[in-house]
Write a protein that binds this ligand. Structure first.
Ligand code: F6R
Length: 649
């Protein structure tokens, strides 16, 4: 398949492979430079993307003795103003995620300082540039990409000549960082960043992007014209830049989204459905009205040729679509079901309609809330509950000193709490309890009972911070025990990997790992999407119609999550409340189905189902990444699949 639209080499693999490949390349550079009597100079980035690379480098240092003693590092950027010991500083991030675990010398580390007086910033920036030059220049620069297309903090408008400097952060960038800073208002408005020219001088560049929230900007940076408003497009002119993408981040690229536009496609039933839906949406005609001319005019002659004429093709796709629609009578009944909900409200937000119907169908359901979601509760909620407890205690003369002093502790902690400070334990517990009570109330809306809710409180989440620990054996054991106890025939999991903090991704990882050792018969896996997206109609295996009343019931259940109402602490880039997004999402799925020429439903939920019966592993997880990933017979022609090293040669 041609990939003529791509203007920069790309590698599409899973995140772990990206991390390993780049870490290995770094190790090679370190050794090559040392062997040649010099030293390696690494350009480093922060953010969520490079964490895996740093973990792998630490592993290589500990297990394989990878030596960093002569390595020089330069980081891309730092917020301004920012003290280096702040929990938000990139100095601290680098210490915690890399430097303090390897033998790099402190004097060889360079991270732009966020505490330089304003008047001295220009001079400081020049010194930073000079230090890069004096070190011999950067051998390999690691980059992430922001939603604005920034590399480093080179926001829209950054020129190709730009050098290290102070810059104003874009609103989108600040909003993306809001969760880390416990609110957008706390995100600094400025940063010090290497310039585009500084980055372009690196001898090699590895840009890494993961997650579907990056898909649109990645497509723009890879396929779009060079544009000063999207700094990443400058990399198209770099001689040795490779974009490493996971499948989710690559999903909007033409080679994956609409491969027929750029060349021959090996047609599968899935691809046929995708193409016909696309054609119907592109032409604005329902599936059964598409004619041969439409197919020919839109690069789909080869598909048409397989069927001889439009009629049979339209009919086959129409029937495939109709068979996806499953009302209550066609949904599972009398089965043992486990619903995994990463946060305490994902169950009702993403599959409230289904949950209601499964309950009506007399399935034996357990909803397993994997994390407490406590970091997403505002302090003012806790104050309100503490006040409630105090009043309740006084009404019933509960004079127990531990009861009163616990409330005192909570209130006094919150009075003195600094922005972003990790909550004291009793506050964390109250936040968890608030969310647990809301979750119970949510499922009770459907007539389910409290005993059907299980709160797993997985340890990986219990950092008190936005950033979580990796999934560990204890997380897996807890999920595994639940599976062994309930022996589900059906398992529902969040199959989206794009929630802002990666928690959904990690919760899925825990389920996948637990299933690997599960002794019962492999359950059927139903994947729902999280609060941020919906499966496309082509991706979905099952479309569940909801009446107006059923959608209202679902929204009522979402309302029970009061701590997330009005203004969720972590809304992502969407200002709407969760119930509003749900209403729009479920109604728009039904409208799209309607436009394809299927019956007109009020609203719809979408699910991907894996029926193969094998334990789920990474290969069968239908993230949009893997869904758009072509089968083994149709390995994507990854232009940049050669390693970074090969490119140098
Ligand atoms: C970080 C940096 C930024 C990030 C980008 C993506 O040092 O310069 O350009 O790489 O904002 O951030 P994540 O990886 O958190 O999505």
């Amino acid at each position: 398949m041609a990939s003529s639209k791509e203007r920069v080499p790309i590698v599409i693999v899973e995140y772990d492979d990206i991390s390993r490949t780049i870490a290995q390349r770094i190790a090679e550079i370190i050794k090559e430079r040392r062997a040649a009597g010099g030293h390696a100079v690494l350009g480093l980035a922060t953010g969520s993307t490079p964490i895996g690379i740093y973990r792998e480098l630490i592993r290589m240092h500990l297990d394989e003795g990878l030596d960093f003693s002569d390595v020089v590092t330069f980081n891309l950027d730092e917020y301004y103003p920012m003290t280096s010991d702040s929990i938000h500083s990139y100095h601290r991030y680098m210490r915690e995620n890399l430097f303090s675990h390897i033998n790099v010398k402190p004097e060889n580390i360079h991270v732009p300082r966020g505490d330089v007086p304003r008047a001295d910033v220009d001079e400081y920036a020049e010194q930073y540039e000079a230090a890069i030059r004096d070190s011999g220049g950067i051998d390999l620069q690691i980059l992430g990409i922001g939603k604005t297309g920034h590399i480093g903090f080179n926001e829209p408008g950054s020129g190709v000549e730009s050098r290290t400097r102070r810059i104003s952060l874009d609103t989108i960038t600040r909003r993306d960082a809001a969760a880390d800073f416990f609110g957008e208002d706390n995100v600094p408005t400025e940063a010090i960043t290497m310039g585009v020219a500084t980055i372009m001088e690196a001898r090699e560049v590895a840009l890494v992007a993961t997650g579907e929230h990056k898909a649109a900007i990645v497509c723009r940076a890879v396929e779009g014209e060079p544009d000063p408003d999207i700094a990443a497009t400058y990399l198209q002119q770099h001689e040795n830049a490779v974009f490493y993408l996971d499948f989710a981040a690559a999903a909007d690229l033409t080679r994956l989204r609409t491969p027929w536009v750029i060349g021959e496609v090996k047609w599968t039933r899935e691809k046929e459905t995708e193409a016909v839906i696309w054609l119907s949406e592109t032409t604005g005609k329902s599936v059964l009205k598409l004619d041969a001319h439409d197919y020919r005019e839109h690069h789909l002659s080869s598909l048409l040729a397989r069927y001889g004429s439009a009629g049979p093709l339209n009919g086959a796709v129409f029937n495939a679509l109709i068979s996806k629609v499953r009302g209550r009578s066609k949904l599972p009944a009398g089965k043992r079901v486990v619903v995994f909900s990463p946060h305490p409200d994902d169950d009702v937000i993403s599959m409230g309609g289904m949950l209601n119907k499964l309950h009506q169908n007399k399935n034996d359901i357990v909803v397993a809330y994997q994390t407490s979601g406590n970091i997403a509760v505002f302090d003012h909620e806790v104050r309100r509950y503490a006040d409630f407890l105090r009043r309740y205690g006084s009404d019933f003369d509960i004079t127990d000193s531990s009861y009163v002093s616990l409330i005192d502790d909570v209130e006094s902690f919150l009075r003195k709490k600094k922005t972003g400070e990790i909550d004291a334990f009793p506050v964390q517990v109250m936040k968890r309890a608030i969310r647990e009570a809301e979750a119970v109330s949510g499922i009770e809306t459907f007539g389910m009972s409290k005993s059907q809710a299980r709160f797993l409180n997985l340890p990986f989440y219990q950092t008190g911070k936005v950033r979580k620990d990796p999934i560990g054996p204890e997380d897996v054991r807890i999920v595994h025990d639940l599976l062994e106890e309930h022996k589900p025939e059906l398992v529902f999991v969040a199959g989206d990997l794009s929630d802002p903090h990666g928690t959904h991704r990690m919760c899925l990882e825990a389920v996948v790992a637990a299933l690997a050792d599960y002794t019962g018969p492999a359950p059927e896996m139903w994947y729902y999407r999280g609060a941020w997206q919906e499966w496309t109609i082509a991706e979905a295996d099952v479309l569940v119609p909801l009446s107006e009343e059923e959608l209202r019931a679902k929204i009522q259940a979402i309302f029970k999550h009061q701590s997330q109402k009005d203004r969720a602490p972590f809304p992502g880039q969407d200002d709407r409340e969760f119930w509003q997004r749900v209403e729009e999402r479920n109604r728009s799925t039904a409208q799209r189905v309607d436009r394809l020429g299927l019956p007109e439903y009020f609203a719809m939920e979408a699910y991907v189902v894996r029926r193969e019966g094998a334990p789920v592993d990474r290969e069968t997880v239908p993230t949009s990444t893997l869904r758009v990933m072509v089968g083994p017979e149709e390995e994507p022609k990854v232009r940049g699949r050669r390693s970074v090293r090969a490119k140098r040669g």
